[in-house]
Design a protein around this ligand. Structure first.
Ligand SMILES: [Zn+2]
Length: 311
């Protein structure tokens, strides 16, 4: 049986000429993964209002869905509002919720979108409308009674929205490793922050990860959210770090094998990737899902006819 991944790239949104967000990458990642023949692809369900409201402010959700946010709030998000943006956003968050459920059967769950870690309770920012990680975590708390969840955010930008949402929640450990001199310039306080200097290369990055992870594991998380942004690549136009594809793959293996070894379900969301040309990011985004399929191969092989054990 093949593990499933959730996608929402078919909800296209039109961006103005010259917009710096590489919307096309999501479809390219799915196409690349399809070639491997290792996955099933499912159209992500829409997140429900009930799911969104466990995290987000009622007025903010309402105004976004209705298209009545202020011009300033829309500018902060960075995408022009449209009904198509609403559909895509709801599917991106719904994909995270569905992937979180998959983690309990497949060992890992994958959303071919999301990682929208700059979204706060009552405002969006930096191409993030709603915080898919927090919405999925609150869904799991409400439906499965999870008490301890860790967020391992290895995108090059700090997970400021996630940090803010969980600043006073002892049930969620937020860990963010990010460029010290990159967006967001006003950082929030994660439970564990590891700022990195510009130009950081693989060895220093991996050392910092290996040193930090024991603190995450000491929390004894029942599930880990892996924000697997690839904007730390040397070729990234926004990243300012100097990681290689091999370095990112070592990062992936370390996080995923740790989860596998300790039987901690892991949810993977894509996060940022803005390389020039974009195929460097696409390749690296696809790789994390291929790495997960390899690491969890044995577990997936035991899945029969949809009847599977739980971790
Ligand atoms: Zn990023």
């Amino acid at each position: 049986m093949q593990p499933r991944l959730h996608y929402c790239d078919h909800y296209g949104i039109a961006l103005p000429e010259g917009h710096k967000f590489p919307m096309e990458k999501y479809r390219m990642v799915r196409d690349q993964l399809a070639v491997s023949g290792r996955f099933r692809f499912e159209c992500a369900p829409f997140a429900t209002q009930q799911q969104l409201l466990r995290v987000h402010d009622r007025d903010y959700v309402h105004h976004f869905l209705q298209g009545s946010l202020s011009a300033q709030a829309i500018r902060r998000i960075g995408f022009p509002w449209s009904p198509a943006l609403v559909q895509r956003t709801l599917a991106s968050v719904g994909g995270a919720v569905a992937a979180a459920e998959d983690a309990f059967t497949q060992g890992f769950g994958g959303n071919l979108a999301g990682g929208t870690h700059h979204a706060f309770v009552s405002e969006g920012s930096g191409f993030c409308v709603f915080n898919d990680i927090a919405v999925a975590i609150e869904h799991l708390k409400a439906t499965r009674g999870l008490r301890r969840v860790a967020v391992v955010d290895l995108d090059v930008h700090q997970g400021d929205g996630t940090a803010s949402i969980y600043e006073d929640d002892p049930g969620v450990l937020t860990f963010s490793m990010h460029g010290a001199h990159n967006f967001p310039f006003r950082k929030q306080r994660s439970k564990l922050d590891v700022p990195l200097p510009n130009g950081t290369e693989d060895d220093a990055f991996l050392d910092a990860l290996y040193t930090s992870m024991p603190q995450v594991l000491a929390f004894e998380p029942e599930l880990i959210f892996f924000q697997a942004g690839v904007d730390g690549l040397r070729e990234d136009k926004l990243g300012k770090l100097a990681l290689t594809p091999q370095g990112l793959q070592q990062r992936n293996h370390f996080v995923l094998q740790t989860c596998r070894r300790l039987a901690i379900p892991v949810v993977i969301c894509m996060g940022g990737g803005y390389s020039l040309p974009i195929h460097h990011s696409v390749q690296a985004h696809a790789q994390v899902f291929l790495d997960a399929a390899a690491v969890f191969q044995e577990r997936i092989a035991t899945m029969r006819n949809g009847t599977v054990g739980t971790l």
